[in-house]
Write a protein of this length. Sequence first.
Length: 287
Amino acid sequence: MIGGFLLSYKDESVAVELDDVWFGYDSEPVLQGISFKIKKGSKVAIIGENGAGKTTLLRCLIGIIRPTKGNIIINGEDSKKSSVAEIARKVGIVFQNPDYQLFSKTVSEELAFGPRNIGVPEEFIPEKVHSALEALNILKYAENSPFLLSEGERRRVAIASILTMNSIIICFDEPTLGQDSYAKTRFSELLSNLSSQGKTIIVVSHDVDFVSENIPWAIVLSRGQIKAKGPTKEILTDTKLMDECGLGTPPTVEFALHYRKFDKNFPKTIIREKEVLEYFLHQKNQK
């Protein structure tokens, strides 16, 4: 398969590789034989029901917990040989609860902490902070306490704090949770911008609508095992797989699957709202 998965072992374009990764609590397995490769610059979603092991997988990836078996290779280096601090220079994570990673008196101080902590020269930090504030539309909160902001605003501060670190791999745990449509649109634009810069994006999400519209590759976890991996269009249109893994089918995908019964020319690759609209406009113009 060409794209985000199944690249050759020595391919230098691989950003993240998991090889037979296992992890468990008190001998109870949470992750069981997880293996995949993600290409640099890819946008990949990890989806699955509650308790599937998605957040545990992210924690293994960033070194907070270590696999009981298997290997995690980040940008060509075995994470077993790296400290959590060294991994943090390459992999940034925005947790589902933003309060887990906020602690400074002001938003600006929060954003400056990361780059300052890894030795970025002081003269470059203000520019990094300002750019991240603008990217997340929180410039007006620069001197506010992050703890006085709404949950959605705190989430944006947490994302901005990762941007200032200039990580090559950025992981998001349920980033659209509690966000309105405007915030989701801004986040989608942010992902596109980061991807254009060569960042590798990993998004853990229950929001299959957002995934269908914005993330081209997907990994499906169920009970600690990978059930499928590949193009999002193929994953989300497999209704049997979605049902077995406790995932809902996005409305646009449901419409596409239903409409295809009446229009055999309706392409199987169309699942995004924009693509559906473009198809009908094209059909209308042909008449």
